[in-house]
Design a protein around this ligand. Structure first.
Ligand SMILES: Nc1ncnc2c1ncn2[C@@H]1O[C@H](COP(=O)(O)OP(=O)(O)O)[C@@H](O)[C@H]1O
Ligand SMILES: [Mg+2]
Length: 451
């Protein structure tokens, strides 16, 4: 807390003790460092005042207890304490200060008697010592050196914090880049596969429909032939052969079942076609520009491609309001919907696992002024209070390896922010969670403009 006071001491672009000023705020108020001087002798305190108060904000105290109180109340930049203080000796004061994390870095100069005592004080953690009787030049020199080292430590701490921040930023950036590359690769792959499946599935459909028509024709011919045969005198041998063949072919059953089989085949092909279309719609490869998008369709495509993730644990219900087209990156938003859907399925799985019961995922859309809202609600386990703050952090996960990587919500947040939208959630442990996303209809400004 007090560290900042040291950092803002700047004189004409340079700090007074030689730390480069580039890192400090330019020319803030000029605040001399604070020195606490603790000595039982009034004479010594007067001496210190004479020697130090012109350059430092000096506080003098007469006993160790008062010194500790003063240090705790408002930590100084340097402490000078006599070893033979009343109430709490200098060594005890030293130990108390070095035991407190918030105070430990304040340079502590102990005034000692004799070499042995000096060594002992350094071993106890003193940053420096002054032999008694304290010489005026020594006192000023040691205090100045202590202030300098204090500043350097403060500067190093600041740089360290800055490095941690940069590291975290780059981690986030790396995550986004990695994710973007992965998405692009997956998108390309999915679109390619969809394209490949599309052609064969189309001719399977066409051929099956041909068989359907042809079979109907054959059945009609068969019926007419049977009628004609019945009207003709047919040799008994031939009639018997015909009856046997019909029986072997299970003719009655076949005529009844083939149309149903064909209908089921056509149904299957239609499903594959729907999935392929959803895959194409979901993947959106190479979509680097914002485009006007029907988010309801995008959600339906996502529900389709994610079916395998939830079908054993949940029913999905969609309540889609009429929406205007939204200018957005559809591929990115699909990824967000998918992440939320998978999270919902996992949360429900945690509740229903082993019971055979199913939960419910409800996807609702609605227009809200200049934005559209997409709500994805689950009847899962809810999010415990203790982790609510953390769930959007990159790599935060409560799931075992293989089930979660902790990237889903971090990506969701960064995609939503890219759209200048919002993402929020309501949750109740034991009842479920609803994530709400709002995306502005008109589209966010391009990143360059936004910056
Ligand atoms: N719908 C939800 N219900 C309960 N907990 C959730 C839900 N969505 C996310 N969470 C919690 O947030 C954490 C982070 O989610 P996410 O970023 O998607 O990573 P992951 O799913 O890989 O763990 C999850 O591990 C889980 O604890
Ligand atoms: Mg997830």
């Amino acid at each position: 807390m007090h560290r900042e006071a040291v950092e803002v001491i700047v004189v004409d672009g340079h700090s007074s003790e030689g730390v480069p000023a580039a890192t400090a705020a330019p020319r803030c108020e000029l605040r001399p460092p604070r020195v606490l001087f603790a000595d039982g002798s009034p004479t010594q305190r007067l001496l210190a005042e004479g020697l130090l108060s012109d350059r430092y904000r000096l506080q003098t105290v007469g006993d160790g207890r008062a010194a500790l109180d003063a240090i705790r109340a408002d930590p100084p930049d340097v402490i000078v304490a006599d070893s033979e203080l009343p109430a709490l000796t200098g060594l005890e004061l030293l130990e108390a200060v070095k035991a407190e994390a918030g105070l430990r870095r304040i340079p502590f100069i102990l005034v000692t008697t004799g070499q042995l005592h000096a060594i002992q004080s350094l071993e106890a953690g003193a940053d420096d010592y002054l032999p008694r009787p304290v010489g005026p030049v020594d006192l000023r020199a040691r205090v100045a050196a202590a202030v300098r080292s204090r500043r350097m430590v403060a500067e190093l701490e600041r740089q360290h914090a800055e490095m941690i921040r940069i590291h975290e930023d780059s981690r986030q950036l790396e995550l986004e880049l990695h994710q973007a590359q992965k998405l692009e690769a997956v998108g390309r792959l999915a679109a390619g596969i969809a394209h490949e499946i599309n052609t064969p599935i189309q001719f399977i459909g066409d051929n099956t429909r041909f068989l359907q028509d042809a079979f109907q024709g054959l059945v009609a011919v068969l019926a007419a032939q049977r009628e004609a045969l019945a009207a003709l005198p047919v040799p008994a041998e031939l009639a018997e052969k015909l009856a046997r063949a019909a029986e072997e072919a299970d003719l009655v059953y076949t005529v009844e079942q083939v149309p149903r089989t064909i209908e089921r085949t056509l149904e299957g092909t239609r499903r594959v076609a729907v999935i392929v279309r959803a895959m194409k719609e979901f993947a959106h490869p190479d979509q680097r520009e914002m485009v006007a998008t029907d988010l309801n369709r995008a959600l339906l495509a996502t529900v389709e491609v994610a079916r395998n993730e939830y079908k054993y644990v949940a029913e999905v219900e969609t309540v889609l309001d009429e929406l205007p087209l939204v200018t957005c990156y559809p591929g990115d938003l699909n990824q967000v919907f998918l992440n939320l859907l998978v999270n919902a399925a996992h949360a429900i799985d945690d509740v229903v696992k082993g019971t055979g019961a199913k939960g419910r995922i409800r996807i609702a859309t609605a227009r809200r002024g200049d934005a559209v809202e997409i709500a994805i609600a689950d009847t899962g386990a809810g999010i415990p209070e203790a982790i609510r703050e953390k769930i959007f952090e990159p790599f935060f996960t409560t799931k075992e390896v293989g089930r979660g990587t902790g990237q889903g919500l971090a990506i969701a947040r960064s995609v939503v922010e890219k759209h200048r939208g919002t993402i929020a959630f309501e949750t109740e442990v034991g009842r479920g969670t609803t994530f709400r996303i709002r995306i502005p209809i008109g589209g966010a400004p391009a990143p360059a403009e936004a910056a």
